[in-house]
Design a protein around this ligand. Structure first.
Ligand SMILES: [Zn+2]
Ligand SMILES: [Zn+2]
Length: 356
């Protein structure tokens, strides 16, 4: 396959697997229930700043760059609260480069962190760094998701199967590992958003109205690390399976079985059932689809998949190929060596195009 490739050719050979994010936190819900009040993505002008005259207290004594530096390192919950103090503070927060990029390019990631309360553990810089990254922090492949409990980018494969990324209930971890309050407070936590975590077209909106419990979740890997650090007891064997089970019970809450039925991705999703992630719906409560910011163009990419791989996949193999996503640049590299794409009908079409 020829290396040089224009955007049209790339489009012929790839597809965007939008449904891959259907199982994670519902973005329609986030947009509706967690509105952000930014009216413009442009940075506030000097004129705007002069217009706002409220005192910033001690911050007024510091150079603007120092103040911005301090604010960029505050956790996102505090930063959001600060924005509501005065018009001037609002503009100052909006002027932070990291905050601006996040609000402009990935508002839903910010909404997800705020709505789940995970925002208290991470800064605007953390989220901005994750936005600019492309690789999954665990395996190095392109990652199309933000893992909220680490505020880092991860791929579908790691999100659905890595032990360390399994969200477990905070209370079960506390009991099983006998954490004291201080240790627990140091482990990033989020509150689950009730709802159904399955394929979007099969979600039933009325279920949200039926209520649902919000369970405090922590990452299994983070809890285990805290356990090793505290050195109080030996690690228990089979704690993973036990914590997984207890989290399921906690998430079920006082609700009827059909709530669990909907929340559980496995019921309507044979692929998820076979792959095993249907048994761990809480994995999707800690993730959201997340674009990557290409700094050279200041544009975002959501990831594309290879049509050749899909077309040539043997029966039952589709799931594995669907899961592989790439940036445009990564896809060009993939196509250079993808045998399947080279003998696919999509490639025949590209060859036809070039002859014209
Ligand atoms: Zn990965
Ligand atoms: Zn391929």
């Amino acid at each position: 396959m020829t290396i040089s490739m224009d955007a049209t050719e790339l489009r012929y050979l790839t597809y965007s697997r939008g449904d891959i994010c259907d199982r994670t936190i519902d973005t329609d819900y986030l947009q509706h229930d967690c509105p952000l009040d930014q009216t413009t993505s442009n940075s506030p002008t000097i004129y705007h700043m002069q217009d706002a005259t409220a005192s910033l207290g001690q911050f007024d004594r510091l150079p603007l760059e120092t103040t911005q530096n301090i604010l960029s390192n505050l956790d996102l919950s505090t930063l959001t609260l600060l924005r509501s103090i005065s018009r001037r503070m609002n503009l100052l927060v909006d002027s932070l480069p990291a905050y601006q990029k996040v609000v402009t390019h990935s508002p839903n990631a910010l909404r997800a962190l705020l709505s789940t309360h995970a925002a208290q553990h991470f800064t605007a810089n953390d989220l901005h760094n994750a936005l600019r990254a492309q690789d999954c922090f665990l395996c190095g492949h392109f990652g199309a998701f933000l893992y909220l409990l680490e505020c880092r980018r991860c791929c579908w494969q790691c999100l659905t199967s890595d032990e360390d990324l399994l969200p477990i209930s905070q209370s079960s971890a506390k009991i099983m590992y006998r954490f004291d309050a201080q240790t627990v407070a140091r482990i990033p936590m989020l509150l689950s958003i009730p709802g159904s975590y399955g394929l979007k077209q099969r979600r039933l909106p009325h279920l949200r109205l039926k209520g649902g419990v919000r369970v405090a979740l922590v990452a299994y890997g983070a809890a285990r690390k805290a356990r090793v650090r505290s050195q109080l007891h030996d690690l228990l064997s089979q704690d993973y399976e036990k914590l997984k089970l207890e989290t399921r019970i906690a998430l079920r809450g006082p609700l009827s079985q059909d709530f669990m039925w909907e929340m559980d991705c496995m019921n309507y999703d044979p692929a998820g059932y076979e792959a095993g992630y249907g048994l761990e719906p809480q994995r999707f409560m800690a993730a959201i689809r997340f674009p990557t910011l290409i700094t050279s163009t200041d544009a975002v990419e959501w990831g594309v998949s290879c049509l050749g791989c899909l077309e040539r996949a043997k029966d039952g193999d589709e799931e594995r190929f669907w899961n592989m996503q790439y940036t445009s640049e990564g896809m060009v590299k993939h196509l250079e060596q993808c045998q399947k794409a080279a003998c696919s009908w999509a490639n025949d079409r590209v060859t036809e195009l070039r002859k014209r």
